[in-house]
Structures are given as C-alpha cells and as structure tokens.
Design a protein around this ligand. Structure first.
Ligand code: GLU
Length: 306
C-alpha cells in the first residue's frame, strides 16, 4: 500500500467478443493482487473502436467475471465516455508540435516501406512509419486539411523524446514482491498513431490517460503489452502524469505457442461452461498448476483466493 491509500488495479477488456481463458487469467491475476494488498479493482471497457465493440459483449464480460468470483468497484468505466478528454490531450500535443496529421492509409504505409530493405520494426514487428506526413511541407498539409481529407494524429517520436529531455524509467514488479527499474525506450515505437482517423484516441493514448485519471497505481496485464509500457512512459512524461507500477504476467499460449486470442479461435468461457466446466475448473486452468508464480503473490496470500 502507498501510505493509507489502497492500491488501484484495473482489468481492461475490449468488449468486441467473449472472454477466453487468457482474459480469465488477466482478470484473476488482477483480482488476486488487489485482494492480497487490500486494494481496489476497477473494470474498464476499452471500447474506443465503435465499429467492433458491442453492449451485449460488455454484459457478457461482466457476467463471466461474476461467475469467476471476481468483484469490482462500481461503476464500470468506459473509454467511449472520455473522447472529449482524449481530444484535448491531442490538441495539447498538436500545439506543442509533438503530433502531426497523417493522411496515409495503411496501404500507403505498406507501399512506402515495401521496397526498403532492413527497415526497422516496432516491438510488435510492424514496420516503423517512414515519416511521409511528418516531412510534408506546410502548404501541402494545409491544402489537404482544407480539402477535408481524413487524417490521424501521429506522435513525432523524436521530438517528443527531445521535449522530455531526460531518461525515463518505470518499475516492473516481479514475483513475490521483487521490483526492477526498467529504462524506458520509447524510440522503439517510432511515430505511432495517437488519434485514429475515426476516433480522437488510440489504445496508447486512452490507456495512459485513463490509468492516470482513474488513479490506477498498479497496471497488471499480459507480457505481450510489456513493450508498450516504454511508449506509455513517454506519454506520461509529456503530460506530467504519474507512473503506475507494472506487473506483466505470463500469457497463456495455444499449442502453437501463440498467445490465446479470439482471432486464433480461443474457446470462450461460455463455451467452457456449456461443456460442463465450473468456475473453479476455469480458475485452475487460467492460473495453471503454479498460481503463485503467475500472480506473483506469496503462496500463503494466494491461498485465500477467491
Ligand atoms: N484492452 C487490452 C486487451 O484487451 C488491455 C490493455 C491494457 O491492459 O493495457 O488486451
């Protein structure tokens, strides 16, 4: 605990499908760590994608969480309720010339880097944006804006790092209370999108804003998002926001070693239920045979969950 204030955790699913065992693991690790520290668990719907997110998925997610024995602080939070805040943050960055409008389509970017050998990639393996719209001259840019062409807002990564002007780091919590200072390397990401063409936010911007404004002290999520923390740390510094502690738990993987995902056909919790599995079975499957290693909690504290 920090002083007398409870730690604040969050489970942040995207309501664009049903939860699977990978989500169950993340939710259970959050709940277990909140419980072991006497903290609070928030549930935040990461629903900025207005085409793919649905209310019925949101309802189903909450039902699944209750069924797993997880309780959370009300109300349930929604990123779609904070677009005004994200827009202001983008405006602020635009005034500081730390973001620029980017008119490129995905295909434009692919074409631009297709012929370049050894072009650098971000931690997700996506080729870095080649800077086409960053180097566009002011007249061209104004013309396109005047024509009403759709654009996203991209971070000018190098300028942003220079604006912060100092080395950044964050705390990665390890199992059983071990903590490690990690030097942030936001340059790994290049000029990422912070405001999409369709909504005035992206995952990176919304998550950093919400974690800060919702008072999150402890971000617990899968290790696939560990690399994103390097960028999130830069965004926190740009807005002078507090930095939570991070705990990136091991992901559940399928037989091919891929992180469980809807797109790879991961079985939903409701299908497990239909097949006769109870909540205790799912908790055991999600946390595996060594739950205190996955949650990072000392075994005697873990024993009380749920
Ligand atoms: N919404 C993300 C997901 O469903 C989690 C984001 C986060 O925890 O920062 O994978």
């Amino acid at each position: 605990m920090t002083g007398s204030k409870p730690l604040i955790f969050r489970f942040a699913p995207s309501p664009n499908g049903r939860l699977h065992l990978g989500h169950a693991r993340s939710a259970l690790v959050n709940a277990a760590r909140a419980r072991a520290s006497g903290g609070i668990l928030l549930v935040r719907m990461e629903d900025i994608d207005r085409d793919r997110c649905r209310k019925d998925y949101e309802t189903a997610i909450l039902e699944d969480l209750s069924w797993l024995g997880i309780s959370w602080a009300t109300p349930v939070l929604r990123q779609s309720e904070h677009f005004a805040r994200y827009r202001l943050m983008l405006q602020d960055l635009a005034e500081r010339r730390l973001v620029y409008p980017c008119f490129c389509s995905r295909q434009d970017v692919t074409n631009a880097v297709a012929g370049l050998r050894d072009w650098s990639t971000d931690p997700d393996g996506v080729r870095h944006y080649p800077g086409t719209c960053r180097v566009m001259n002011a007249r061209q840019r104004s013309e396109r804006l005047a024509q009403g062409q759709a654009y996203s807002w991209r971070l000018d990564n190098a300028r942003a790092i220079a604006a912060v002007g100092k080395a950044l780091s964050f705390t990665e919590l390890g199992p059983h209370g071990a903590a490690r200072r990690v030097e942030a390397q936001p340059q790994l990401w290049g000029d990422v999108i912070l405001g999409r063409k369709d909504v005035p936010a992206s995952y990176h911007l919304a998550v950093v804003a919400d974690d800060a404004f919702q008072g999150v002290t402890d971000v617990v999520r899968g290790e696939d998002l560990k690399a994103a923390t390097h960028l999130h740390r830069l965004l926190q510094a740009l807005f002078d926001l507090p930095t939570p502690s991070y705990f990136h738990h091991l992901n559940l993987v399928d037989a091919l070693g891929r992180k469980l995902a809807k797109s790879h056909g991961a079985k939903s919790l409701s299908d497990w239920r239909t097949d006769g599995f109870g909540a205790a079975d799912i908790r055991a499957l999600a946390l595996g045979s060594d739950p205190d290693r996955i949650t990072g909690i000392l075994p005697h504290k873990m024993a009380s969950f749920p």
